[in-house]
Design a protein around this ligand. Sequence first.
Ligand code: GAP
Length: 490
Amino acid sequence: MASDKMEKIVALAKRRGFIYPGSEIYGGLANTYDYGPLGTELLRNIKDLWWRMFVQKRSDIVGLDASLISHHKIWEASGHTAGFADAMIDCKNCKARMRADHLLEDCISKGVNFSLLKQTLLSPNNKTFNNAEKKILDSVVTTNKVEGLSVEILNKLILFLKPKCPNCGKIDWTDVRKFNQLFPVQLGIVEGDKGLAYLRGETAQGMFINFKNVVDSTRVRLPFGIAQLGKGFRNEITPGNSVFRTIEFDMGEIEYFFDPKQSNWQELFEEWKAEIWDFVIKKLGIDETNLRWREHANEERSFYSERTIDLEYKFPFGFKELWGLAYRTDYDLTQHMDLSKKDLTIVDPQTGIKTLPHVIEPAVGINRLLLMILVDSYREEENRVVLQIHPKLAPYKVAVFPLLGNKEELITKAKNVYDDLKKDFMVAFDDRGNIGKRYMSQDEAGTPWCVTVDFDTLDDDTVTIRDRDTAEQERVKIKDLADYFSKKLQ
Ligand code: GAP
């Protein structure tokens, strides 16, 4: 049922031009996607809103746009070259490679062996796992989260649970091994370390390495944030679920720097939690019953974090991470100071005291926000499918139609209305097929309002506006249309 919904959304996304599989005409390239005309608009609208709320409307956050290709030492300092690895496993039969934790999570969430897991895994008679491992597994059993477990435990769990390969159905696994997710790039003709760079695995490091530049070139004072919207690259392998997890994705990250002697990190953490929640509910219009916060257990938390919580959304394939909030302490700045030998402390102009700020980091994947919006807005009604996307985010705000596609005077009038509205809004024009089909196609595109020019329009300069969500219609004068939509979009 759940995968049925996901399949329908993926099909709609392709049919209406939101998301296409990457490199499709050459047989596709796993875990890559292209955004069509509507997806591009939606993605842009989400990014603009994020930037407006978290940078332009705030006086304590400034923006940054750092290079995607970056020095290998950045990733050494951050710990990514050593620790940014996924535990992968291969099916010996069909050669499919996948993340071991995802394989196990999938197996557990489907209920396969779950009762067995509960009864036997933690029992004192079970000698496969030692007591320390059993303690860790206790949290796995309660949360269904396998992420962050050691290779040793993953290997034992695979042997114990015997999950089937999701690709071929066989149970014939290699050992679990770690694969680093960073994409190396070799620059120019220089061989070896000197020419080695990486596509950034997160935008965050750009904020840390430019921290001193921002302090020296602007008037920021602690506490303040540096925000960045841009691509991150991770060499991950993951089955399906559209753009949920891809090897190239848009991140929206903020590093919020503060002096731990002046600000209480727990309070800042709660403030950011509230900001994120508000953004998702009020600005993106998501149903709050589909959201929950989840605290990371010690063994799951990233190596740099003192506390991490995830805002999770209930996708058709389960509750999954949407937005992470982490207290990264002064880990990154300390690491970069050590490796670069540059002083990254800042001096308080009043007291002259040097400080190395700590950081709270809200980090979100914009493509995941987009997928969540498609899922949350998808409705199947008696005789239509509709995406009830928040009007401010909808790719097209308005669609304009002539009632009949073969009456020149109606087409000309509708084109004039379209040209006028286009000065202020994203507007679609459609004169194909019958009016019912045009409504259907705009409902699936999430267009909040359709304007129809009919024979009465030629007499009294009024048009019909049809509301996407209620399907109610009202008559409005053409000269009032721009005002009407501006008010609705306020
Ligand atoms: N700087 C912190 C950081 O990178 P993360 O949890 O690894 O944290 C942040 O990533 C967010 O980016 C996640 O909450 C998720 O929304 C998104 N994300 C992570 N990996 C992704 C992938 N492979 N594809 C799409 N989005 C991803």
